[in-house]
Ligand binder design. Sequence first.
Ligand code: NI
Length: 176
Amino acid sequence: MSLRPLHLLGSPPLRERSSEVATVDEDTRRFIDDLFKTMDAAKGVGLAANQVGVTTRIAVVDADGHRFAMVNPVIVEQEGKDVAEEGCLSIPDLYADVTRSTRVVLEALDRDGCPFRLEAEGLKARVIQHEIDHLDGILFVDRLSPLKRKLLVKRWRKSRKGAGHIQEIAASDTKA
Ligand code: NI
């Protein structure tokens, strides 16, 4: 397993619609393990493949005590509306309230390529929606009002002082 560098806002893969995975094989499993390791090192609750520059429909989630990979994920049912603060490893230190569905039903393939169906609420439902957005090239700031997004992104860019769009994750950044 290896840590992958994170792509930050401004990096083109974050804005691409990722392609379906045709076959879940050993390479896919190795990549999923890299995603888990990178998410843990960065202290995230979810990570999508294009956040490490790979535009395939794969993401990992670690929320509400449930840790799982989702390949070709699709939300087949959703209901309710809930507002909560979100952040994203690709836009460090930027947080804002985002409206999401309260409950979702997910269908995807697991790490072994087996189909599963999962009903989720609360944080887990929110992370699933956030990660699937990533796979469609959508970032959580796109869910804000245009005015708020413009303001927050402008402030974020300024705080970055022209730093690049790729961030190495230090191996020492492991979970406490
Ligand atoms: Ni994110």
